[in-house]
Design a protein around this ligand. Structure first.
Ligand SMILES: [Zn+2]
Ligand SMILES: [Zn+2]
Length: 260
C-alpha cells in the first residue's frame, strides 16, 4: 500500500506527502511549519512521525518551512551538497542534514528514492522517482524544458505529479515584467500547459495511471484551462489505457490517492 497526497502546490508553496505502512515522507516543505503541520493533521498524521523530507531545490516555495521543522521535529532533510550550500543561510541543525546524489538510489524506510536532475534555474534541481513494492511515483515540477530522457523517467508511473505552470497566452498578456516572462518561458524556467500536454501524451502512451498537474501559476494559469488542455491532448491518444487526471490545489490539501 502507498498513499499520495498533495498538500500544497504552486508558486506560493509546495509540499507532497507520501506514506506506506511504515514510512512517511514529504517532498519539499515550501509552506510554514504550522500550515504543513495542520495539513498533515487533517490526514491524522503528526509532523513528528515524518521520516524524511526530500528537497528538490533551494527556491523558497520549496523550502520555506524547513528551518522551523528541523528545529521543532529533528526530521532528516535530504538535499544535494550544492543545494545545501545554496541553503547555508538557513539555520538547520547538522544532525538533520542528509545528502543525496542525482541518479543514485537510496532508501528511506521501505521507499526507494531515485533523484534525477532537471533543467531549472537553481544550483542542482532534482525531481524524484519513488518506488515501493511494485509501485512507482514520480514528482517532477520546476522544469524548464523536457527531452526524451527526462520523459522516460516518468514512464510507467502509477502516480505522476508533473508541472503545468502557465498558459502561454495568459503569461504574455499578463502583468509580469518582460524579463520575468522570458525567465519563466526559458529553458530553465517552467513548463507551459501546451508543452506539458504534448509530453503527457507520450508519457501516457508509455503508462501513467494517475496524472496530477501541479505548480500552477496563480497569475498565468487557470486550473480548468490546464486540465482541459491536457485532457484534449490525452483524448487524441488511442492507447486506451485507464487514467485519472486532476489538478493539485494551491492552498488546500488534495484528495488522497491510495494504491494497493
Ligand atoms: Zn523553482
Ligand atoms: Zn517552485
Amino acid at each position: 500500500m502507498i498513499k499520495f497526497c498533495n498538500l500544497f502546490s504552486g508558486s506560493s508553496g509546495n509540499s507532497t506527502f507520501i506514506e506506506t505502512q511504515t514510512t512517511r515522507l514529504l517532498i519539499d516543505a515550501g509552506m510554514s511549519c504550522q500550515k504543513i503541520s495542520k495539513a498533515l493533521e487533517s490526514l491524522q498524521v503528526s509532523l513528528k512521525e515524518v521520516d524524511g523530507i526530500l528537497i528538490s531545490h533551494e527556491h523558497s516555495d520549496h523550502i520555506k518551512g524547513i528551518e522551523t521543522i528541523s528545529k521543532k521535529y529533528e526530521i532528516p532533510i535530504y538535499a544535494t551538497e550544492k543545494t545545501w550550500e545554496a541553503m547555508k543561510g538557513l539555520n538547520v541543525s547538522s544532525s538533520c542534514k542528509q545528502f543525496f546524489v542525482p541518479n543514485v538510489s537510496f532508501a528511506i524506510g521501505d521507499i526507494q528514492v531515485v533523484p534525477f536532475s532537471i533543467p531549472h534555474d537553481a544550483v542542482d534541481p532534482c525531481a524524484f522517482n519513488l518506488f515501493h513494492e511494485n509501485r512507482k511515483i514520480t514528482v517532477a515540477t520546476d522544469i524548464g524544458h523536457l527531452d526524451e530522457s527526462l520523459m522516460q523517467k516518468m514512464y510507467a508511473s502509477d502516480i505522476l505529479l508533473i508541472e503545468s505552470n502557465y498558459d502561454t497566452a495568459t503569461l504574455l498578456c499578463g502583468p509580469y515584467p518582460y524579463l520575468l516572462k522570458k525567465r519563466i518561458q526559458g529553458d530553465f524556467g517552467h513548463l507551459s500547459n501546451e508543452v506539458t500536454s504534448k509530453a503527457l501524451k507520450t508519457i501516457y502512451e508509455n503508462g501513467a495511471n494517475h496524472i496530477v498537474l501541479g505548480h500552477l501559476s496563480k497569475e498565468n494559469n487557470f486550473p480548468e484551462l490546464a486540465y482541459q488542455t491536457v485532457l484534449n491532448e490525452l483524448e487524441t491518444s488511442h492507447c486506451g489505457l485507464p487514467f485519472t487526471l486532476s489538478v493539485a490545489h494551491r492552498d488546500t490539501i488534495d484528495e488522497v490517492i491510495e494504491l494497493s
